[in-house]
Write a protein that binds this ligand. Sequence first.
Ligand SMILES: [Zn+2]
Length: 148
Amino acid sequence: MRLRSHYNLHKAFPRYESRRYVTVNTLDLTLAKEKACKHFRAHAHEYQRAFRQYATRRYKCKPSAVRFAPIDESLHRIRAAVLDPKSEDCYGWTEGQTIYVSSALPMAFEQLVGTLLHEELHCFCRVRGRYLSADSEHHCMRVVGEEC
Ligand SMILES: [Zn+2]
């Protein structure tokens, strides 16, 4: 899994255009964490705007009721992601603390970066102290440009 020289940081989510799918190893994960952190830092406000806009409409609450984890906490969670060899039905998952990335399913590098971002976006937003539903979070991810 080699890093693409024309990797696009400008979009809020990486484009999944590579056709080279490989089983993720520790080195891939380390490289992807760095990309995902750069990506998250560059687009955090865009993510927040999308989630806040959705949540204030959906829950009819004030913008101040929508809270986000500090960016450092998000970056820390991305950097602390671990491989999960048992995850055979999803690319990544999280219980809200640790991000797990499948080392059982082959994926492309952009997809790996996207998986880290995706899982962090399940962890970073709360409305009146509670997480949104996974469906709502997925909706917001599509708003910022995640490909299905
Ligand atoms: Zn998800």
